[in-house]
Design a protein around this ligand. Sequence first.
Ligand code: PEP
Ligand code: MG
Length: 920
Amino acid sequence: MAVQGTVERKYVYDFAEGNRDLKDLLGGKGANLAEMTNLGLPVPPGFTITTEACQEYLATGREPDGLAEQVAAHLTALERSMGRCLGDPDDPLLVSVRSGAKFSMPGMMETVLNVGLNDRSVVGLARQAAGAGGQAASAGSTDRAGSAGADRFAWDSYRRLIQMFGKTVCEVPGEEFEHALDDVKQARGIRDDVELDADDLRGLVDTYKKIFRKHTGRDFPQEPREQLDLAVRAVFDSWNAERAVLYRRQERIPADLGTAVNVVAMVFGNLGPDSGTGVAFTRDPASGAQGLYGDYLANAQGEDVVAGIRNTIPLQDLERLDKRSYDELLDIMARLERHYRDLCDIEFTIERGKLWMLQTRVGKRTAAAAFVIAGQLVDEGLIDLDEALHRVNGAQLAQLMFPRFQLDHEVQAVARGIGASPGAAVGTVVFTSARAVELAAEGQRVILVRRETNPDDLQGMIAAQGILTSRGGKTSHAAVVARGMGKTCVSGADALDVDVPGRRFTVAGRTVSEGDVVSIDGTTGNIYLGEVPVMPSEVVQYFEGSLDPEHIDNALVRAVHRIMTHADQRRRLAVRANADTGADAARARRFGAQGIGLCRTEHMFLGERRELVERLILARTDDERERALAALLPLQRADFVEIFREMDGLPVTVRLIDPPLHEFLPPLEQLAVNVAVAQERGEDVAQEEALLAAVRRMHEENPMLGLRGVRLGLVIPGLFAMQVRAITEAAVQCARDGLTARPEIMVPLVGAVQELETVRAEAERIIADVVGDSGVEVLIGTMIEVPRAALTAGQIAEAAQFFSFGTNDLTQMGWGFSRDDVEGAFFWRYLELGIFGISPFESLDRDGVGRLVRIAAEEGRAARPDLKLGVCGEHGGDPDSVHFFHEVGLDYVSCSPFRVPVARLEAGRAVVETTGSDSR
Ligand code: PEP
Ligand code: MG
């Protein structure tokens, strides 16, 4: 009851009161049911209980004040509009109680159908079905007519309610109901549920009630309103069910949103052959191809289709069965696409020839379909290129860059299922979710094989490379969830006879047992025995320049080309690559890199050059040290020439050596053993002893915080000078060859401006000496990767022409997390506790490390307005982080060559991004 003087919150909305923009409050399903209602489409009447009601319930453990009254008022209105009362013994109204969060979480939360049935209203329902249906009230394949069919239907609905209610609301183990059903079928010698007659089902209701009583200690509730309230509560509770929590974590859906609950007048797809239920997409969600796409199941309730329990027929065949409904459906689908300006997926039911829309939403799609559809919608004039760019994302592009199977004529598919979620997956066959998790934890690649999956398989699906099922279409649980995760899935491979307890399947006379390897192609649906080799994707071939989008008939490559071109036109951020060799630089350039943002020079000291580094470290005199450096100089110069050539005309940031020098020496233990053995043999070990002494001397407890970066340059005379000279000489050599080298020398690990000033003074002298009249210009700047540098950026900018944020070290030192240890050691616990939703080494921690970046960018620019700003930590290729770097006004991001296209796309998206989109 509302307290006097306070305004009671509105917790319940009639469908006619909502619209699609109210997803936060009404959840996706409720908002879209409201939208369809307001479009005048045939939606069964109903109302939505808001996510706010759920949030309050979850926070306090009880329904918010006023909810019960508001539900009662809306129920009365619903009853009035239907001309029936909930659970009325003579002519009952039944309702479904359905979850529906802001973001779709397929199959993760609960639904209860047929609420309102009890011992008395079941009779009324039978009468209703017989009265209204006449001939059409026949049900099941045996086609019994009239009241016998109606009776059967009513008792079947009742037993479904007890089963669903028992399992969902009262946690009665679902198998008990299933075993009881199997027992009846066995006793009657029948295979299919639809062959059970009314007496069988009446008996089953009795058995179910006993099971209910046994587990709950009470009778199945007969009071319709109590059923409704308990079902609503169960849907609220299902927000925190383990599988829902896991799914949210996987999909990065915030944990505090809560679910809305939709209470909808029941319509029945199981009233006979002229009834049925189906799901459809307005375009192919796997390839994006235009056309009608869906599955239909006659004489069934919705859950039967989604669960993939019975084999469906293609939606096109509905035209033959019920042309009027089919035409109406097509018309509605076209309207929905125009209205939503996007691919929609829908669920519908036909009750005795009358079409009802039960759900629509902007449909999930594969990465390839996302690009293709966005391109098509631009062609159709429904969206512009900015919107097309907004509707795809870097994670999808990354997926399209995965390799695919390399097939020659020798490789024959052993069977073919439905290509439900694309990709090429190879792995060891497992049959249970638990086994998948177990083997994956040992580092094995596994393919999870099931007849069909259900939400309990989620963990195994996450652990597996791919999912293979023998039943279910593209809309089955396996297909929908796998697509959402970007995981390869082949569904409905009905040639497979899957024996889960026996841990094997048979196909084409062959037996495949747990431990055998299979390869599955989620695009074609093909299944291969053994391991099939993989090759680069078409999208990578396009980026490599070996596929010309203007001259090939490939909708995906053309769409990617078009959207990437637009992203490049729109973006403000430049994209560079982290590359240390000529080959990497060349590849990065083909992928669209506009320069090198980080060339780590340390790899140039490996291999046979280690010996020179050893000489440098062991040098006892200036002369010895200088000779070692002089030997390194031409080698370094040649390295830089190669890179400058590949990056002709583009900037190349070369970082002076960063890691502690002892990393280039042999490990202490190994060296100690070698020395001891050699001494034992009486060999001359003077050299090894000196090395051992140096290793001991240079040993550090915390090398990441030790003698590295600029500190090395200040301690070892001539080291940085040699590198600066090599870089500048290489640039001058290129200039003489008619090329344009644009070196930027970067000093690592600076924490104080004085460090940089010292290095810079020496570097400037060398540059001036080498450059002469070559016209080469060399910039000098620093990494910002020590928190102190970020906080004193105003001072440091006085001595730097550019900053490049080293967000790997900045994260390490900002959080105090050893970057090489923590992810494997305990991040799982931090993720479990929700301390962060994703590793801060993967995606930039905006609040903490991001704040350091922001401060440094602002204070650096304030001190030196033309300061060039970039980032070269791993975050430079992470989609979310790219948006952040755009926001704080950096000039470029730099990432590994393979992620350059992703960064280009996201940099474009950052410009066109608007809030409140449907694009998840
Ligand atoms: C960084 O710290 O972000 C960086 C790019 O340098 P490195 O990873 O080589 O330490
Ligand atoms: Mg670093």
